[in-house]
Ligand binder design. Structure first.
Ligand code: SF4
Ligand code: SF4
Length: 148
């Protein structure tokens, strides 16, 4: 009988579930959502990349030394370590925006890994070129000194 009245009462009670994804679920104030980046505040120290446990951030570098930030939301585990490590407030930040599903073009097994490797290579190439130019400059200065 008790069960019958409980079932009857449930007919007039508001459902405890929501019609997700048509209705947004409750998001707490300290929710760790999407990672944001402001290149105008960044000092390009790459600490965020160094502390990121799954490797969701990588910086590439062109031959003029200009760095570019890359982030993969499908690799990110939303731990906020990058935000904590950043010495420049606001350069990298965690928003309350829920993480979205990975898109096909964010293919983490192939696309992201390839981009990651290319980014590291671009930095190595830049460093090697810088070293070569410094050695060239030192050789010219040495030759000039010897001529005197
Ligand atoms: S929140 Fe964590 S996993 Fe995501 S980019 Fe930052 S350090 Fe990496
Ligand atoms: S830790 Fe902050 S300042 Fe350094 S590269 Fe990352 S976002 Fe930029």
């Amino acid at each position: 009988m008790k069960t019958f009245f409980k079932a009857l009462g449930n007919l007039f009670r508001k459902p405890v579930t929501i019609k997700y994804p048509f209705e947004q679920t409750y998001i707490p104030d300290d929710y760790r959502g999407m990672i944001g980046f402001d290149e105008n505040l960044c000092i390009w120290c790459r600490r965020c990349e160094m502390v990121c446990p799954p490797g969701a951030i990588v910086f590439s570098q062109d031959m003029d030394g200009k760095q570019t930030y890359h982030f993969n939301r499908a690799v990110c585990i939303y731990c906020s370590e990058c935000v904590r490590a950043c010495p420049k407030e606001g350069a990298i930040f965690q928003t309350a925006e829920p993480a979205k599903c990975a898109l096909k073009e964010e293919n983490i097994n192939n696309g992201w890994n390839a981009l990651f490797d290319e980014a590291l290579k671009s930095r190595a190439d830049y460093a090697a070129e810088k070293k070569r130019l410094a050695a060239e400059k030192a050789a010219v200065l040495k030759t000039d000194d010897e001529k005197k």
